[in-house]
Design a protein around this ligand. Structure first.
Ligand code: TRP
Length: 450
């Protein structure tokens, strides 16, 4: 006899858990460095457009498929599309494995920085501090430690683990990020930071590399393209208002990214550190792009003096909380599939999946170049490919997606826009992205191996 399916206790609990999945390293670490490389506001603008035109429609599709089927990705796709669609579900589980394997490494750095932040341990040379902790033994230990925390929460189940964690942590994260953004606004010399961040360089908008990066970021930030939102949707009840909830989730995710930028850029400019991070896309500034946030910001905290010993730890708490609630959702995709498809117990599944992912992450913890390649493959290929699959599935295969997604009559009318987007615009845009991304990813991979 199958166990009864778990459910969220409240609408707020679900929304916070979904926002928790969306808001994470993507909003702070990834968004900041992509913005810095991509010409500031030009990148932000593209990212907004992709979020509205691609992210929101796919988010709604994932939630609707999950809720309708009440099953994790593999079974849910089979429920609406037949067994031929199960490989797409398998790709989702594989994406969960791959993404969490390196996501947890970066989260591990965050743990280390949090511990160091109280006494600003990185001293006057955060670059070499980062070099010391980001690769090798210390990075492996922090990564495994972070995975252990994630496993404990996911093993607690939907209500007592995931929902409860989000209820406590997400409001705290929001307050901290908003607080630091206000603090940054009060610093002398922060003005140019806003200018850089908020006034676009339109000449960049046509740059294919920037377009790909912005589309990838829209996916990554909303946790789309690998069934994470689908899985969270599978613990919902019929009466939830999905279009409204999707809009709230996307709005909160974008809001936190925007706030994170309002915290990072003014700080960096106020302290005169912009030369370290601002580059042109593809040609990194002094510091490898991946490390930018972990080198430049700590440098800023040191320069702040005593205030840095408060702002620094708070910043890393927020970053860690974001990483944790996101990692939880990545692991849940794998775990839910184990429970639903293999009929395993939650605890056993979580332990096995978590252990396997911890192992898979070791190469990324030993070698930054490997982490970078894993991130590129996951985003540019797996998530974009997964999103393409979801759009085609919802637009062309599902018999009545509108009834699955919409509640009220107004919403049904709005859905007239949703379906053509999923059928034509989203697949066309994603194919274009793949067209650029496949060769770029390939050459990166060859570069690593050769
Ligand atoms: N959205 C998270 C972030 O911005 C990362 C994440 C969690 C994710 N779950 C996901 C990304 C599923 C892609 C797919 O940090």
């Amino acid at each position: 006899m199958a166990q009864a399916r778990e459910q969220w206790t409240s609408r707020t609990g679900f929304i916070l858990a979904a926002v928790g999945s969306a808001v994470g390293l993507g909003n702070m670490w990834r968004f900041s460095y992509l913005t810095a490389e991509g010409g500031g506001a030009a990148f932000v603008l593209l990212y907004v457009i992709f979020t509205l035109l691609i992210g929101l429609p796919i988010l709604l599709a994932e939630l609707a498929i999950g809720r309708g089927a009440r099953h994790s990705p593999i079974g849910a796709l089979a429920h609406f599309g037949g067994r031929a669609w199960r490989p797409l579900g398998l790709l989702f589980v594989a994406s969960g494995f791959l993404i969490l394997s390196y996501y947890s490494v970066i989260a591990g750095w965050t743990v280390r920085y949090l511990l160091a932040a109280f006494s600003l341990d990185w001293g006057s040379d955060p670059g070499s501090y980062f070099g010391g902790i980001s690769q090798g033994g210390p990075a492996v230990i922090a990564h495994v430690g972070f995975m252990a925390i994630t496993v404990v929460i996911v093993a607690g189940g939907i209500q007592r683990g995931i929902e409860r964690a989000a209820l406590v942590m997400m409001p705290a994260l929001f307050l901290i990020v908003a607080g630091i953004a206000v603090y940054a606004a009060l610093l002398d010399g922060s003005g140019p930071g806003y200018a850089y961040y908020l006034s676009p360089d339109f000449s960049k908008l046509g740059d294919p590399e920037l377009l790909t990066a912005a589309a990838g970021q829209a996916f990554f930030s909303l946790s789309l393209g690998m069934g994470a939102m689908l899985t969270y949707g599978s613990y919902l009840q019929r009466h939830n208002d999905l279009p409204a909830e999707a809009t709230i989730i996307a709005g909160a995710d974008f809001g936190v990214a925007l706030l994170a930028g309002m915290m990072v850029f003014p700080l960096i400019f106020a302290l005169g550190l912009e030369g370290q991070v601002i580059g042109t896309y593809g040609t990194d500034a002094d510091i490898g792009s991946v490390g930018a946030l972990f080198v430049t910001l700590p440098g800023a905290f040191t320069q702040m003096g005593p205030a840095g010993q408060i702002v620094g730890p708070l910043f890393f708490v927020a970053l860690l909380v974001g990483a944790l609630t996101s990692a939880i959702s990545l692991l849940e995709v794998v775990v839910a599939s184990g429970i639903d498809v293999l009929g395993w117990q939650r605890r056993t599944t979580t332990l096995i999946a978590g252990g396997a992912i911890a192992l898979l992450g070791v190469p990324s913890a030993l070698n930054l170049a490997w982490l970078d390649v894993a991130d590129t493959i996951a985003n540019n290929l797996f998530l974009v490919g997964g999103g393409l699959g979801l759009a085609v599935f919802t637009g062309w295969i599902m018999r009545d997606p509108i009834s699955e997604a919409a509640g009220t009559a107004t919403e049904r009318a709005l859905m007239r826009l949703w379906l053509p987007l999923l059928r034509f615009a989203v697949p066309a845009a994603l194919l274009l992205v793949l067209w650029y991304a496949v060769p770029a990813t390939w050459s990166k991979l060859v570069g690593l191996l050769g």
